[in-house]
Design a protein around this ligand. Sequence first.
Ligand code: UTP
Length: 316
Amino acid sequence: MKYSVYLFFSWYLINTSMMYANSITKVVIPMAGLGTRVLPLTKSVSKSMLAVVDKPALQHVVDEALASAITDFCFIINTEEQEAIEYYFSSNTPLDAVLKQRNKTYLLAQLNESIARSSFTYIPQPEPLGLGHAVLMAEEFVKPDQFFCVMLPDNIIESDDPHMAHLIALAHHYNASIITIEEVTKQEASLYAVITPKQFISDDLIEVGDIIEKPKPDQVQYCLGQVGRHVLSVDVFDALKRIGPGVGGEIQLTDAVRLMIQEGKRVLAYKLHGKRHDTGNIRGLLETTVSLGLHNPLYRPMLLSLFENEMLKITT
Ligand code: UTP
């Protein structure tokens, strides 16, 4: 699609999503996994609360949601981590009182403004039985709405427009569930949930014919891997109750989406415009911090001078 057409389409989608601003406002953010790939960092801290530049990964995701007119947050948490996360997303904390005494309320002003615009629900996942199982915990939170968003907190999206706003507008327009995809290499494909297209609606939008979690090389026809941003119909809850454990013995969200497709429910896939940062492994966490730091005018000079000093030490 030509760039000007893409810009027009983006403008149209964002405006449509604002028109529908009140209809898909709920997001489920699962964060009760073990985070084994980044241990010991995650032994006593949720992966979602790891620092990415100057705020926790989760706040980057909350900011994207708020910019997409999402205001009702449901955090699926591990009970041991709930207190710290709940404290972070509360205002009028003891820390707020101390900052007030010291005339430093500006330090939390932006966060408190986000908190004031949102409502937060915390639902424990008793055991980390998989992403699908985590999403199932949110059924009561979502109903009676027809569609809801799912955002994985270990994926941070860097883009000109908020990605979820596009997905919401598309879900409305097509009255369908919609997932996000990006092109991956053949070698990487087995690490993702990979789709098989049924129909290309446009260069960016595909009707999904099949989706397979962590496919074997001979199951991959198109290297289109799923990214952690979805708008799903409530039908997914019924599907989640009927699937058994999948890859890794876990209840996989992908398997429920696959069942929905097999039973004739329409699922679309939208290509990500922007950069996805994966903070779920050490390399990704470092890469995200460096990239987002360098792309932030506040920290760019600081980081460049740090790198320069380190490089000098290596070369002299
Ligand atoms: P991951 O697949 O990255 O799993 O989950 P994980 O447990 O966080 O990390 P590893 O693989 O052990 O390193 C994707 C998202 O789903 C959540 C995770 O917290 C993460 O945000 N999740 C996963 C749950 O909430 N519950 C689960 O049972 C599994």
